[in-house]
Design a protein around this ligand. Structure first.
Ligand code: GSH
Length: 232
């Protein structure tokens, strides 16, 4: 059987990681028989990240490589979409995964109110005595990564403006159909849906969580997506 190596469920989500949720949605949609196996420390994994899919032959890192593998096995995530819609889908996926994602990371890891909750969610594997200093060092390195990536260099109003433009692009699609590119979920929804769900689920009242919760269109889309492909 296939095993999805994933971060555990947190904040009311299948996993704190939107990439793990995406992969669970793809697995479920593909009709494959699969199970989850939770882990907190990905350092032994091929990319030192999760998700990873364990198949009978090998470990496959990265949600996009897992998607390729599932498609080689016959999964069709974008059935009925035209070539242009598939191109739009690719752009939406990249926008969610290579831009919106980093705002979520900063909203979680850079927020002093959220940090104690993260520490007790993600670092329970570290003995309590050294948990604070060890997790503080990891926090510092994550925030350094966000500065290198670039998002960490913007002011909060600048960040919110960048997010707003992406949310407007997502909303423009959702005014047209129940899901981003069709009336049923396609691959774009499996990336964008979990990203917005993660944004909404950060365990604090932040400009990002408020932005999703107060937007009927986006909020109901996240709910609709969770109901369309149940993975709990
Ligand atoms: N491109 C990867 C991204 C996966 C990813 O960023 N995973 C994060 C959690 S959301 C991770 O495992 N981070 C651990 C680390 O960077 O040390 C994918 O699509 O699977």
């Amino acid at each position: 059987m296939l095993t999805l190596l994933t971060y555990p469920s947190a904040f009311g989500l299948f996993s704190a990681s939107p990439f793990c949720v995406k992969t669970a949605l793809m697995l479920q949609h593909s009709g494959q028989v699969w199970q989850r196996s939770d882990m907190l420390d990905p350092r032994r994994m091929p990319h030192q990240k999760l998700p990873v899919l364990r198949t009978p032959e090998r470990l496959i890192p990265d949600s996009d490589l897992i998607r390729d593998w599932l498609e080689q096995k016959g999964a069709e995530f974008d059935q009925g979409l035209s070539d242009v819609e598939k191109a739009q889908s690719r752009a939406l996926v990249r926008m969610a995964e290579e831009h919106l994602y980093f705002h979520i990371v900063l909203d979680r890891w850079g927020n002093d109110e959220v940090w104690p909750i993260l520490r007790e969610t993600f670092f329970t594997g570290i003995p309590a005595l050294i948990r604070k200093p060890a997790s503080n060092a990891i926090r510092k390195s994550v925030l350094k990564g966000i500065t290198s990536q670039g998002i960490g260099r913007f002011s909060l109003p600048e960040r919110m403006d960048r997010v707003e433009r992406d949310l407007e692009a997502i909303s423009a699609h959702l005014w047209q159909s129940r899901f981003l590119l069709a009336d049923q979920p396609t691959s774009a929804d499996m990336s964008v849906g979990p990203m917005l769900a993660a944004m909404r689920a950060t365990p604090a009242d932040t400009p990002l969580t408020r932005r999703i919760k107060q937007d009927n269109l986006l909020n109901s889309y996240v709910d609709r997506m969770e109901q369309a492909i149940p993975i709990a």
